[in-house]
Design a protein around this ligand. Structure first.
Ligand SMILES: [Zn+2]
Length: 216
């Protein structure tokens, strides 16, 4: 099976993907990794990508598609792909459909992790760190036993930061840009929504159920 996983920044998509990869023996395809690998290989294409990235421009869909085709065409990864952070727009989604079809493959399921902006904010603003042992807590989701105190009576510190504003921006940008892509897959009846506000294990077991049905 080939999977796409969608989820806003801070939804725990990375954690879930790595569980899925292990359990179902999949290959995680991230466009960022593909670009970095190509640059490191110092191929002609890699050098071209390097100069585009260094100039601050965006790498074209054409180049990304080329890199993805290299993976899709490889028998080693046939029907074993999990797409993370791709496709980002309708053009890429359409291209992916064509590309997979060319190699007798398709997307089996699209997992959509849903987390509200409020929860994302609390995950950031509630975070507390112990300066002695490095334990992290969260005021809302994982509070320390004694208020604001960890080991050896050490006070926990909250980072006063403006990270929230950045996170809100990233969330909104994500939602806006992903919506049409989600709609694209909804029309194909491939989207399964998973509540990303649950405990990590609960989220995983939900995803596991969906995937096991396809595998079985
Ligand atoms: Zn501590």
């Amino acid at each position: 099976m080939n999977i796409i996983i969608f989820g806003p920044p801070g939804a725990g998509k990375g954690t879930q993907s790595s569980y899925i990869v292990k359990k179902f023996n999949l290959f995680q395809l991230s466009t960022g990794d593909l670009l970095r690998e190509e640059i490191n290989k110092k191929t002609d294409l890699g050098n071209k990508i390097s100069s585009i990235v260094n100039s601050g421009a965006l790498v074209s869909d054409e180049i990304i598609n080329k890199l993805i085709e290299n993976v899709v065409a490889n028998d080693k990864y046939k029907n074993r792909l999990i797409f993370d952070g791709y496709p980002r727009n309708i053009t890429q989604a359409e291209n992916l459909t064509k590309l997979l079809a060319k190699y007798n493959q398709k997307i089996s399921i699209v997992i959509r992790l849903k987390v509200s902006l409020d929860i994302i904010k609390k995950r950031i603003t509630g975070r507390m760190v112990c300066s002695v042992c490095g334990n992290t807590y969260n005021e809302f989701f994982n509070p320390p036993k004694v208020d604001a105190i960890c080991c050896k009576g050490n006070n926990l510190t909250k980072r006063t930061d403006d990270n929230v504003e950045v996170a809100v921006k990233r969330y909104e940008t994500y939602e806006k840009s992903t919506e049409p892509v989600i709609n694209f897959y909804e029309k194909l009846k491939l989207v399964k929504e998973v509540n990303g506000e649950d405990k990590i294990e609960s989220i995983y077991s939900k995803i596991d159920q969906f995937l096991s049905v396809i595998e079985g």
